[in-house]
Design a protein around this ligand. Structure first.
Ligand SMILES: Nc1nc2c(c(=O)[nH]1)N[C@H]1C(S)=C(S)[C@@H](COP(=O)(O)O)O[C@H]1N2
Ligand SMILES: [Mo]
Length: 328
């Protein structure tokens, strides 16, 4: 039984998958069938396909106090959707792949190196990092650049808590986030969809904004692996791809980080990537979105995408005077 190509009836394929990736995937699937990947990818996928396909959470509770200031009053997406409809290309490009294959991710021991232009660089052990500040529950909207969205109760604390402790120097202007890239644990790395490791970045003031969440959990438990365990970033006013999963390094720089999606297609994915219904992706509109879990037909009305994903009141001032069509 091959579930890879099972289509999601609620979404048009061209809407959810950037065409280049889609085409590339088809080519690779053909190549795999022809034996080109016989020695690497195919056996892994064949083995893992036998594993259960029900989305597995982490099963480990994580206590947090809800922060009412950041608790969006909107229906939360179903746990099942949040943990089985994922983008985490290190485990494959199909939405169902991460839930199936991320089981091989080893989340302990885990360290996060915080380095670059800071006075107090430090390699944090994940369990020490977890205790750095009180854990909060925050309910955020997540809007994927592909045109779908979810509402997720995350657990973490403001990234600013960590940044203050390492004391960025006066020349630090940007923050780079680097995800783990280990072929032994991540079968998707065998596919050159992106230049691995996955790299994302923010301007320092964006990273310091209280909304930017250093994230350790969701739905009252430790992050499931497919959602970026054991630690990820969540930046709710930007397209989902800015929120790097399973990070191992945070580096402070003077120049704009070379972020993976921007490097792969600079005309399609800008460094800023603020959610903006007024700036379309060159190959599709960003005017509206499909909330995952709402309706089961193509005719379900879509929601209007909100400027800055609805967080304009909090973040618009970060971009005062900037032409957001140019700095998309
Ligand atoms: N390392 C890494 N981080 C990543 C991705 C990825 O492929 N690799 N995908 C991004 C995209 S496109 C989205 S929409 C969100 C999805 O997060 P979720 O699966 O927890 O909803 O993760 C982002 N972080
Ligand atoms: Mo995304």
């Amino acid at each position: 039984m091959n579930q890879h190509s099972k289509p999601d009836p609620t979404i048009v394929a061209s809407q959810i998958t950037p065409r280049d990736v889609f085409e590339q995937r088809r080519t690779l699937i053909r190549a795999a069938a022809a034996g080109a990947f016989g020695a690497t990818l195919a056996p892994f996928f064949a083995r893992s396909a036998l594993a259960q396909t029900t989305p597995a959470g982490s099963g480990t509770k994580l206590a947090a106090t809800r922060n009412a200031q950041y608790a969006l009053m909107e229906a939360q997406s179903r746990y099942k959707d949040v943990t089985s409809y994922n983008n985490f290309y290190e485990f494959g490009t199909d939405k169902a792949d991460p839930a199936k294959y991320a089981k091989s991710l080893i989340t302990r021991p885990w360290t996060l190196a915080v380095e670059g232009l800071v006075k107090k660089p430090k390699v944090y052990d994940i369990d020490e990092l977890l205790k750095l500040a009180p854990l909060e529950e925050r309910i955020y909207r997540l809007r994927c650049v592909e045109g779908w969205s979810m509402v997720i109760p995350w657990i973490g604390f403001s990234l600013a808590e960590l940044i203050r402790r390492v004391e960025p120097t006066g020349s630090a202007k940007y923050v780079e986030f680097v995800s783990l890239a280990d072929k032994k644990q991540m079968p998707g790395l065998a596919v050159p969809v992106l230049d691995w490791p996955y790299v994302e970045g923010l301007r320092l003031d964006e990273a310091m904004h209280p909304l930017t969440l250093l994230t350790f959990g969701l739905y009252g438990e430790v992050l499931p692996k497919q959602n970026g365990a054991p630690v990820r970033i969540t930046v709710p006013w930007k397209y989902g791809f800015k929120s790097a999963k399973s990070i191992v390094r945070i580096r402070f720089t003077e120049t704009e980080p070379k972020t993976s999606w921007h490097v792969s297609a600079p005309t399609e994915y800008g460094f800023y990537s603020n959610v903006n219904p007024g700036v379309d992706h060159p190959r599709w509109s960003q005017f509206s979105e499909h909330r995952i879990g709402e309706g089961a037909s193509l005719f379900t009305p879509t929601r209007k995408t909100l400027m800055f994903n609805g967080y304009g009141e909090q973040v618009a001032s970060l971009y005062a005077g900037m032409d957001l069509k140019k700095f998309f």
